[in-house]
Write a protein that binds this ligand. Structure first.
Ligand code: NDP
Ligand code: PYC
Length: 338
């Protein structure tokens, strides 16, 4: 078995934050990024864990992200709140906008948070989970950069466009799912390449549009949407709602801006929040109690709820620490010394 090092959540967060401070990020952004990356490792979500640090630093070095723009919240009292991220990483903008979004959804029943001009590399579950903890159901989505062929197509056009949903549950973790609308996140392809493993069939096309299981060819070619035409249509919807509609870049625009897929993409994000109490007002049954019946029925068939694996991994990490491989620790050491 390869050697591992165990770090507490706090120690890992501090190490990542130090790397980002050294890399030039302001304290606000270094802290926000370190927390979300450490949370990925804590929850066993490797595709958006420590391995993302290097890509963030490359993006900073390339001058493609603001290191210190302070996000600003624009609130005209309507259901649509806007955060201008100013070309910085998205997380600080989300942290600024989330409490206002939850509050507005409780007031109106439904509200939206638009984040414009943000560099976004992170998983979306931390966002919908935060909102569910604030008592609202939430749906988050964003483009990425053009790396996915539409179903029936041959070349990259759509992004891996993640979609995440959270539903609050009393006395327990919320119901949360979060997935790329490609067969897998691009980070998974990169992790297969690093491990020297072939991809499963049906994940990708090479640069001539032919099916491939070689991760290097897949990275140069195109990934495929999940569920064929269904994933392709959901991904297109995300381009429309979280790109075109909010006046921000589509995945193709993000790729044109960057000129490469080796840096973190800049675009916008759309987060919708719903107050289940407001929607169910005057109707029979408590929506949270009815949701529990649904969750019990799913589990009753032996199926697991999405995020159940993640919450279990979190429990383990918080009790026993987070295990990093020698390669991951070596990477942090190297980046810290640079
Ligand atoms: P996965 O396929 O690993 O997981 C998708 C979801 O399905 C998770 O909520 C997972 O829960 C759940 N799930 C998996 N297996 C089962 C099962 N057997 N029964 C019930 N639920 C299950 O995710 P992806 O590879 O598609 O995406 C990984 C991450 O990449 C996401 O967090 C996404 O936000 C991020 N991403 C970010 C992008 C960006 O531009 N910022 C772009 C694309 C992806 P669990 O975790 O508990 O297994
Ligand atoms: O894993 O597909 C991905 C991804 C793209 C941008 C950030 N993550």
């Amino acid at each position: 078995m390869s050697e591992t090092t165990i770090l507490s959540m706090e120690a890992l967060t501090r190490r990542i934050e130090a790397v980002f401070r050294k890399g030039g990020l302001s304290p606000q952004h270094a802290s926000a990024l370190a927390r979300v990356i450490a949370a990925g490792e804590r929850d066993g979500c490797k595709s958006h864990g420590v391995f993302r640090v290097e890509g963030c630093l490359r993006t900073i070095k390339a001058g493609k992200v603001s290191t210190d723009a302070e996000p600003t919240l624009h609130d005209d009292g309507s259901a649509v709140l806007r955060v201008a991220a100013g070309g910085a990483f998205s997380r600080a903008g989300f942290e600024l906008g989330a409490p206002a979004l939850a509050e507005r959804a409780k007031q109106l029943g439904l509200a939206a948070l638009v984040i414009n001009d943000c560099t976004h590399f992170s998983a979306l579950w931390p966002e919908v989970e935060t909102l569910a903890d604030m008592g609202v159901a939430a749906l988050a989505m964003c483009p990425s950069y053009a790396t996915v062929a539409p179903a029936g197509g041959t070349a990259a056009l759509l992004g891996t466009n993640p979609l995440a949903f959270g539903w609050p549950r009393q006395g327990g973790h919320p119901y949360v799912f979060d997935f790329a609308t490609s067969v897998a996140a691009r980070g998974e392809i990169e992790l297969h390449r690093r491990a020297g493993n072939p991809l499963p069939e049906g994940w990708a096309l090479d640069s001539s549009g032919q099916p491939t299981t070689d991760p290097t060819e897949a990275l140069a070619g195109a990934m495929l949407p999940f569920g064929s035409h269904k994933g392709s249509a959901i991904s297109t919807m995300i381009e429309l709602l979280a790109g075109v509609m909010i006046g921000d870049l589509t995945s193709q625009g993000a790729l044109d801006f960057l000129g490469t897929t080796t840096l973190a993409p800049q675009h916008g994000e759309l987060i919708l929040a719903f107050s289940p109490e407001r929607f169910a007002a005057g109707r029979p049954g408590d929506p949270f109690a009815r949701a529990e019946i649904m969750f019990e029925a799913i589990a009753g068939q032996g199926a697991r709820l999405p995020s159940q694996r993640r919450f279990k991994a979190r429990e383990g990490s918080l009790a026993d620490g987070i295990a990093l491989t020698a390669a991951e620790i070596g990477q942090l050491d190297r980046l810290e010394a640079q």
